[in-house]
Design a protein around this ligand. Structure first.
Ligand SMILES: *[C@@H]1O[C@H](CO)[C@@H](O)[C@H](O)[C@H]1NC(C)=O
Ligand SMILES: *[C@@H]1O[C@H](CO)[C@@H](O)[C@H](O)[C@H]1NC(C)=O
Ligand SMILES: *[C@@H]1O[C@H](CO)[C@@H](O)[C@H](O)[C@H]1NC(C)=O
Length: 370
């Protein structure tokens, strides 16, 4: 078996919208080391926390959960500090609670608020990937493919780093009316307008309050659902890309590129902002919104290394998604955290492991000086 490593230059090329020409068997692996956020050093220094709340305990004086949470966060402000803590995302579907920028002292005071369940520091995700249809022996004439009707009218919410909507994989040839249960939207942002969605790519949203609140991260981002990494375009077209005839990669592997569920719809929830730039608070916001929008499946190809179950945002949000009838399909990780272990291995989600590909390509390299 061979793994073809792609260097950062190749990734840039992919990000330029050529991803649709990548053969489905090309394994594209890139790996982030986890960094566990901690703010224990200072009681007054603020950082982002994810806070779980029992929704049914909302005091009657509040008209909405948003109201309740923002009042709660404001009330944590102490006399000794003029600056107020900030509420980031409100979660109300896959998870009940919110994320906010708080100090250690403020988290301690929050513990005695009505409905408080738990609070833990935001953390950075590891990004994974996988796939191949031939390798899985999927057959267009018999078996899972025809039995599932190629995913016709299934809505897949992809939690990733955005999408390059011009990719041929997202053309909507052969697609019909969007299922009426769909409540999502195509959010306008930098270099992204609502006419870039169609009958295949039916939704696009982006979440960056979590990463943007982090003073340690120099943020210069494409502030929209547009994918500048190539990764989200890769995962979403692998899951549900339309047929692209005559695809090739620099002359290699000519053929028809296609996703596994070619007739399914894609809704992209951009929560990842590049290498080492994926925060749990944004990931949960994306999963929460996907459930509210009416996706059938959440596809998430990232995970939190060594997060205990009670502080693993994907495990917790997957449980809430399941309660709402949404299946979460997640990656088992490219490797680790240790030999013979996996990421996202919770009983209420589908955890998919990947193998490397069963073919390789040879080529001749001529250096600049001959
Ligand atoms: C007030 O909060 C800010 C923001 O976290 C922090 O930088 C500052 O040190 C705090 N000041 C005091 C007096 O606690
Ligand atoms: C949306 O963007 C595309 C591509 O940049 C452009 O062709 C189109 O005119 C824009 N549509 C609207 C409604 O602004
Ligand atoms: C992204 O754009 C939105 C809408 O214009 C804006 O409110 C937000 O501050 C921007 N975020 C960043 C990190 O630039």
């Amino acid at each position: 078996m061979n793994i073809i490593p792609l260097n950062s230059q190749t990734r840039t090329v992919l990000a330029m919208g050529l991803l649709n020409v990548v053969p489905p068997l090309l394994l594209f692996t890139w790996f982030l080391s986890a960094l566990h956020g901690t703010s224990a050093s200072a009681e007054t220094r603020r950082s982002t926390y994810i806070v779980h709340i029992v929704k049914s305990l909302m005091p009657k004086v509040f008209t909405s959960h948003h109201d309740w949470y923002s009042t709660t966060v404001d009330s944590l402000k102490s006399a000794s500090n003029q600056s107020a803590p900030t509420l980031l995302h409100v979660y109300d579907n896959a998870v009940h609670g919110f994320s906010a920028v708080l100090s250690g002292d403020e988290v301690e005071r929050l513990r005695s608020s009505p409905g408080f369940v738990s609070a833990y520091s935001d953390r950075i995700a590891m990004i994974d990937t996988t796939h191949t249809t031939d390798f899985l022996h999927l057959n267009p004439l018999t078996g899972l493919w025809p039995a599932s009707d190629y995913g016709t009218d299934v809505i897949i919410g992809v939690i990733d780093c955005g999408v390059w909507p011009e990719s041929a994989s997202f053309k909507d040839d052969g697609m019909t009316k969007i299922p009426s249960r769909w409540k999502g939207t195509c959010e306008v942002g930098q270099e992204f307008n609502s006419s870039l969605c169609n009958l295949k790519l039916i939704g696009a949203r982006y979440f960056n309050k979590g990463i943007a609140s982090n003073p340690d991260v120099a943020i210069k981002i494409m502030n929209s659902t547009r994918d500048t990494e190539g990764y989200g375009t890769h995962t979403s077209s692998t899951a549900a890309g339309n047929y692209v005839k005559g695809a090739l990669f620099f002359g290699y592997a000519t053929g028809t590129a296609r996703g596994v569920a070619q007739r399914a719809r894609v809704a992209m929830y951009k929560v990842s902002w590049g290498f080492d730039r994926t925060y749990a608070s944004d990931v949960v916001a994306g999963m929460d919104q996907a459930v509210a929008d009416g996706v059938d499946i959440i596809f998430i190809s990232l995970g939190f290394n060594k997060a205990p179950l009670y502080a693993d945002p994907i495990a917790i949000a997957s449980f809430g998604a399941m309660e709402n009838g949404v299946l979460v399909s997640s990656s088992a990780g490219n490797d680790g955290p240790d030999f013979g272990t996996l990421l996202n291995g919770v009983l209420w989600a589908l955890t998919v492991a990947a193998g490397s590909i069963d073919r390789s390509f040879g080529g001749t390299l001529t250096l600049g000086n001959g």
